[in-house]
Ligand binder design. Structure first.
Ligand code: ATP
Ligand code: MG
Length: 412
């Protein structure tokens, strides 16, 4: 991609009302644009990052047998009245009427919709288990938040739903999903904690939150400095410095954190309210056991910026970066010709390269490169002659490498 063609260009100066790093840098660098509070366009750069996150999630969902589909966002009120969430979730759900007075809700989650699907398509134990997921928009009437893309009134979620014949079967799959979520956040490069949280009205079991510790996070978590135990502030009854209630050896620490994922073993609460039954081997009618599992890809992108930036801009890793390398041309004439040929050759080898071919000052190009945050910067200039200057975004070390050496390193 030629930077001269990239829409939009980076922004100079202050971003109004922006306090969080993700808000400041994602807007300045041209990844996202705010339409109104909590409502964001994912611009071409941002959409590339979210695409990379989604692909990793998709691979790990498919690896545990889940099938991708797509459910609607406009729901009849009737289905939400069956569980009484039409009333209970009124403060979070956008509820609207059409010109004939018919009531609809905008999707803030999809349990009721999956339940409706299941009761139309499940008869016996042979039809279970079912694992289905989608990536789609959720609408939530969030109180006005200033945390950038971390809290949207409209945001992307990957939500997986599973239905089972028994609690055992549900809990076995629940553990599989937990491992898959760990793989996802490992592959994305996060330091994170798996934190126990309350199951609310749905289940006596714990639910689990995937939390990224960072000062700017809205949540407060408690965790052991020695084992993997952790709980959120809603359920932890002790205090910082206590011995770990799980291993007894470590001490409890606390941290602010951003919740990027949450998994719920929901049990039979939904099946009982919506009449989702199957006929078991013994000929008896039984309610379906149900779980739901969510990750917010847009919040995940924002969380990365919160944990990985400096005073110049974003520092992406290889997994999430919108491009494999940022090729920067410094010079004119023969140097431009050389940069053009390097760009075409890198593309031909299969790399996704952002090529700063613009006719602007070197200082501005380097500042933009740091702001956008692609992990590898390659400079073509008079002084490197037939070679390229390689620099990682998170290091000041510059190395002069041949084209072939650059290709080998980018492939590594
Ligand atoms: P929070 O407590 O932060 O409001 P939640 O617990 O209500 O979030 P869930 O219903 O568990 O959120 O949703 C699953 C995932 O969707 C979250 O872990 C998060 O990654 C994402 N998510 C939830 N709300 C938002 C939002 N308003 N904007 C962006 N992502 C969100
Ligand atoms: Mg949650």
């Amino acid at each position: 991609m030629r930077q001269s063609d990239l829409f939009p260009k980076t922004k100079k100066g202050e971003i109004r009302d922006a306090v969080f790093a993700n808000h400041i840098y994602l807007v300045k660098a041209g990844f996202i644009d705010q339409l109104m509070s909590g409502s964001w366009t994912l611009l071409p750069l941002g959409w590339r990052v979210v695409g990379k996150i989604n692909q990793i999630i998709r691979e790990e969902m498919n690896a545990i047998g889940a099938q991708e589909m797509l459910m609607p966002l406009l729901h009849p009120s009737s289905v939400w009245k069956e569980t009484e969430r039409w009333k209970k979730a009124r403060s979070i759900m956008y509820q609207i009427k059409d010109s004939l007075g018919k009531e609809f809700g905008l999707a803030f989650t999809h349990e009721e919709i999956v339940m409706d699907l299941l009761r139309k398509n499940i008869q016996s134990y042979a039809d279970l288990p079912v694992y289905v997921y989608h990536f789609s928009t959720k609408f939530r009437n969030e109180p006005r938040a200033r945390s950038g893309i971390l809290r949207g009134r409209e945001f992307l979620m990957k939500d997986l739903y599973s239905a089972h014949i028994s609690e055992n079967d549900l809990m076995e799959y629940y553990e599989k999903v937990k491992s898959a979520y760990c793989k996802i956040f490992d592959r994305l490069g996060f330091s994170y904690r798996v934190i126990e949280a309350s199951g609310g009205v749905f289940t006596k079991n714990y639910t689990h939150e995937f939390q990224v510790p960072v000062d700017s996070g809205e949540d407060l978590i408690f965790y052991c400095d020695s084992c993997g135990w952790g709980q959120n502030k809603e359920i932890f009854l002790g205090k910082e410095g206590d011995f770990c209630p799980s291993c007894g050896k470590g001490r409890v620490l606390s941290s602010n954190a951003i919740e990027v994922g949450n998994i719920f073993p929901l049990g039979t609460w939904f099946a009982e309210r919506m009449g989702v039954y199957y006929i078991d081997k013994d000929g008896k009618k039984k309610p379906v056991w149900f779980g739901s599992y969510g990750i917010g890809p847009t919040r995940t992108m924002g969380a990365w910026v919160e944990v990985s930036h400096d005073d110049k801009g974003i520092i992406w890793n290889k997994q999430m970066s919108p491009f494999d390398a940022h090729l920067v041309l410094i010079g004119e004439g023969k140097v431009r010709e050389k940069a053009e040929s390097v760009y075409l050759k890198l593309k031909k080898v299969g790399f996704d390269v952002l090529f700063d071919d613009r006719d602007v000052q070197a200082g501005e190009k380097f500042a933009d490169s740091d702001l956008i945050g692609i992990p590898v910067r390659l400079v073509v200039s008079e002084s490197v002659q037939d070679n390229l200057e390689w620099k990682f975004r998170n290091s000041s070390k510059k190395e002069i490498l041949s084209f072939d050496a650059v290709v080998r390193r980018l492939k590594a």
